[in-house]
Ligand binder design. Structure first.
Ligand code: NAI
Ligand code: MG
Length: 356
């Protein structure tokens, strides 16, 4: 199979972790006889430095021409002084929107080898953590109007949270479809006691649910959901929610699985072209030191093979290799525990390639 992959290494640890994921993709390509052609383009801070904008048109074009996109992470203190509409994160929001990626999927899955790294109590972890957060990605408050004005001599800031019915419906359908491939349970998370958008969300969910009679649906307020995720995560199969709630809950969900460095994500729209990236940021505190955990990015590449290219066997081979490396006790600093072998970013990537 021949595929074109647009690659955006980004900032901070981005280049280090993406390099390891590329090594893994090349290992898979040579083992299974595929050819991946990479188109390297800039986004975020590095794009600001090189082109004066976090999302150059050439980057958008490259992503839209590719079969799929792999991203490291963007941002860092170097660009803290940049005005809001030119910040590195704008590049990320912009490319998600330009590619029409409305569904962000984040698995919260505990690798049993890392059970000790979970901040949750052993008896809670023992019940298992394996759920998926389906987050709406290109609507809501992150994309509504933002403004700061002066009213009666003081500054008043406003952020608007709009949601159209069709935007709600398409992500809910992703939630239902995902639940059908898993354990048939969907939790719709909202704040319907306060927000109109959430009440609309519930109304659409009640209608769409009719098409998925096999799926058991329940509704939960976001504040309660944040408590339930730490109290008993085993109750969840698929959580579907709007953009900002999903941003926050998916970070919480990934933390209970041990390390933020382990979790991949996919963002998909209507077609098969997706954007794949680890959930963490650019970790400027450890950038350039060969300390970053590349597994979140490597598993993102594995998700790409499965969801964009239909290469399930190759994807499973990567996951199995990650499992074996963890089994052998190799750990980057973020997931280090007693009796394990500390390795750097490059050595972790090499070990995973060797297992494949
Ligand atoms: P962060 O996720 O970059 O780092 C949080 C903590 O986790 C740090 O201590 C970091 O060293 C550690 N960490 C993160 N990824 C790791 C990995 N792969 N291996 C080992 N340790 C890891 O979040 P933070 O510090 O809030 O943000 C740093 C920069 O990243 C900011 O500029 C922020 O805007 C940006 N950011 C970018 C995101 C993206 O590109 N998708 C997402 C979140 C933040
Ligand atoms: Mg976040």
């Amino acid at each position: 199979m021949r595929k074109r992959i647009a690659v955006m290494k980004g900032d901070g640890i981005g280049p280090e972790i993406v390099n390891e994921a590329l090594k893994v993709l090349e290992t898979v390509a040579s083992k299974y006889g595929h050819h991946f052609a990479y188109n390297f383009v800039d986004i975020g801070g590095v794009a600001i430095d090189n082109y004066g904008t976090p999302l150059p048109q050439a980057t958008i074009d490259a992503c839209l021409e590719a079969d799929s996109v792999l991203l490291g992470a963007v941002g860092g203190p170097k660009w803290d002084g940049v005005p809001g509409d030119k910040r590195p994160e704008k590049g990320l929001l912009g490319i998600r929107s330009a590619m029409g990626l409305f569904a962000n999927m984040r698995p919260a899955k505990l690798f049993p080898q890392l059970a000790g790294a979970s901040p949750l109590r052993g008896d809670i972890v023992a019940r298992g953590i394996d759920f998926m957060v389906a987050r709406e990605l290109i609507g809501g408050v992150y994309f509504g109007e933002h403004k700061t004005e002066t009213v009666n001599g003081e500054r008043v800031a406003t952020d608007v949270m709009p949601y159209a019915e069709h935007e709600i419906e398409r992500i809910l359908r992703v939630g239902f479809e995902t639940a059908m491939k898993r354990r048939n349970k969907l939790t719709v998370v909202d704040k319907a006691n306060v927000l109109d958008t959430s009440r609309l969300w519930r109304a659409v969910a009640a209608r769409v649910a009719g098409d998925y009679p096999q799926v058991e649906v329940n509704y939960m307020y976001v504040d309660n959901a944040s408590m339930q995720i730490v109290k008993d995560p085993s109750q969840f199969d698929v959580i579907v929610t709007e953009n900002m709630f999903g941003d926050i809950l998916s970070d919480e969900a990934s933390m209970i699985t041990g390390s933020i460095g382990m979790i991949p994500s996919s963002s998909l729209g209507e077609g098969t072209r997706g954007l794949y990236e680890p959930i963490h940021g650019s970790a400027p505190d450890i950038a350039g030191q060969d300390k970053a955990n590349p597994i979140g990015t490597i598993l993102s590449a594995a998700m790409m093979l499965k969801y964009s290219f239909g290469l399930a066997e190759e994807s499973d081979a990567i996951e199995a290799a990650v499992n074996r490396v963890l089994e052998k006790g190799l750990r980057t600093g973020d997931m280090m525990s007693e009796g394990c072998t500390p390795v750097g970013c490059r050595a972790m990537g090499d070990a995973i390639c060797a297992e494949i």
